[in-house]
Design a protein around this ligand. Sequence first.
Ligand code: C2E
Ligand code: MG
Ligand code: MG
Length: 422
Amino acid sequence: MTNTKPIDILIVEDELLIARQLASKLKKLGYNIIDIVSSGEDALQVAQEKSPKLILMDIVIQGDMNGIETAAKIYNNYSIPVIYLTAYADDETLNQAEQTGSYGYILKPFQERELHATIKMALRKHKKETELLRSLEVARQMREKIKAIINTTTDLDLIVNSDRLELERDLYSAIEREELQIYYQPLVNILNRQFIGVEALLRWQHQKRGLVSPGIFIPIAEDTGLIESIGEWVLRQSCIQVKEWQNTFSLPLKISVNLSARQFKRKTLVQEVSLILMETKLEPELLTLELTESLLMENNILVTETINELKSLDLKLAIDDFGTGYSSLGYLDQFPFDILKIDRRFMRNINDNTDKIALTKAIIQIGHSLNLNIIAEGVETEKQIEFLEQNQCHIAQGYLFSPPVPANDFQDFCQNNSMFFA
Ligand code: C2E
Ligand code: MG
Ligand code: MG
């Protein structure tokens, strides 16, 4: 073992001979056995007094509590990970142990190699969980400050009612008049400055008003239900487009598409996505669907089911604008996300704002603990890149590299600058 200080382990086992054999094997492996006890009550007491780093617990022990009940209490009260020791494992016992958040099992008779590997895995898992909790705690404490960072006024709030009605009416005809257009913004690996994919971003070229921001018309499209057909069109078009670019440039370019809440809740969504993937022959793993945090806050069974069904298509899922809907932070590890996109408001003036720095670091930590790829949005300066690089966030999107541009412009740019590709 490379650690200077040996790791303290408590053994809870009522068969003394087995306990002693185990202790001697563990000592040989370099661990420190702080005590051997035979009941759940004693285990709780030693856990409190001596704070071992790990407990190896027989499932059938003396006293009023079995090993599983004791482990749950120890974990809840003292956050000490417990590995179960068992001679055989029937399904019911394993199930029961699983529900208490198990750190692993070791089957009797104990093999040294298995012992060592299971202990190392349990300690690693616990370390990751502790880091995650610490980052969540930083984020929790900063709740008020986050509110100040995230200005809650939306573009739509700035529109007066009469305007909104007019826009709503115009939006219906916008589709027929083909005023909607998809722009593309590159995602960049900041270590080598190469494009790894694009995000599709909708634009509305209004006859009188000029370019209308999606911040204004997407909420209207949501309310009217128009987003369902618009969203499907965006997904199909951008898959077709990116497939074409993949062929032109012979590269596995990725495409990210935003999904709105209403689209997400459509019963036919998974079918639709699957059909578009088939039609366009796009490799599913090159498609990322971006969902916003507010969806997860609902945390109902339907959301979980849809997310799992989408994942079963082998595509990637990103959580967009992360950090704005603080309260869902704790639920994040329940969903099979692949990518976390840090909201662009965190990047703005980050180098001069210590709260933003702390919070963004905490968010990156949370992402790493959950094994997510992290993308920073709204990157406009080299100083922001420096910050991201120092904090191990390696993918960025922002005006520094390119604003969202029409498909033709993106293609021209790439043709003239082939070094931008990975
Ligand atoms: P988003 O998905 O978070 O997209 C990123 C937004 O950041 C885009 O705003 C992009 O133009 C902007 N941005 C990119 N780089 C920078 C930068 O360096 N600085 C700053 N200040 N901003 C930057 P955009 O295009 O106005 O879109 C706003 C939001 O509208 C999107 O946020 C997305 O939530 C939504 N949206 C856009 N297209 C669609 C769509 O097809 N479907 C749905 N459901 N929502 C969409
Ligand atoms: Mg997005
Ligand atoms: Mg975003």
